[in-house]
Design a protein around this ligand. Structure first.
Ligand code: HEM
Ligand code: HEM
Length: 188
């Protein structure tokens, strides 16, 4: 198992963080959309409270992920990519990171503006980012929703690109984000 990233493949921590965050983002959409369909009440509050805790977890994991990225080499894109494909990868990856931070921060600010403190799975309470303000809350709800659906759109593009790399361009871009099946030391 390769721990550190190399210029040819992602190390195990980078892969683990990528796929864990994917699962948590799926959980976020599921919880928020389930809560959206419910009338105000305990069940809705409990789903949204889990949504908030998982969102804060994504914020923390995103920071760890960026730290790991800065402390390691980054696999280079295949030299065979067309300039527009290279440009798309170079634009969407930073945008995905921006959204992974902007979403939890807008959600956290939204809860503070509503006057609902954010707790992390009931273990501890986070400080309020802004004071209670109804019109700011209304704006942040729209901002949060727009960011969420922008993330869904960019992820669709990102998944399409990963599948194109694997099935059409037949390069190792998807494989290098997956655990290696080759014996240690022989991985690319
Ligand atoms: C990556 C992290 C996050 C994602 C992907 C995400 C995604 C979403 C989505 C898809 C919705 C439903 C939007 C709609 O109805 O169209 C939503 C609603 C909501 N989110 Fe998040 N969210 C994240 C983080 C957070 C955090 C950290 C908080 C608070 C601390 C939060 C608080 C809320 C609240 C309170 C709502 C309900 C808003 C309302 O309609 O009143 N979210 N989120
Ligand atoms: C919530 C969903 C997802 C998010 C937020 C996300 C985010 C990211 C980000 C930010 C990177 C860039 C890593 C870096 O440069 O540090 C990346 C890389 C990658 N993602 Fe995702 N991803 C998601 C889902 C997926 C899915 C479902 C697939 C596969 C079908 C996938 C395949 C890949 C691959 C193969 C790379 C490596 C690209 C390379 O080596 O140049 N991602 N992802």
């Amino acid at each position: 198992m390769v721990i550190r990233n190399t210029t040819r493949r992602w190390g195990a921590p980078a892969q683990f963080l990528h796929w864990l965050i994917v699962l948590l983002v799926i959980a976020q959409f599921t919880l928020a959309l389930l809560a959206d369909d419910l009338p105000a009440g305990m069940r809705k509050l409990s789903l949204l409270s889990r949504h908030k805790s998982i969102g804060i977890t994504i914020l923390g994991l995103g920071l760890v992920r960026l730290g790991w990225r800065w402390a390691n080499p980054t696999p280079s894109l295949p030299a065979t990519l067309k300039p527009y494909e290279r440009g798309l990868a170079k634009a969407t990856h930073p945008l995905l990171y921006v959204l992974l931070f902007a979403l939890p921060l807008s959600g956290w600010m939204m809860s503070s503006a509503r006057g609902f403190p954010v707790s992390w799975f009931g273990f501890f309470q986070l400080p309020d980012l802004v004071s209670k303000d109804k019109s700011l809350y209304d704006t942040l709800v729209s901002v949060h929703e727009t960011l969420a659906w922008t993330l869904a759109g960019i992820v669709a593009l990102h998944v399409g690109a990963a599948l194109k790399h694997h099935f059409m361009l037949k390069d190792d871009v998807l494989r290098r984000m997956l655990p290696s099946t080759k014996p240690p030391g022989t991985e690319p």
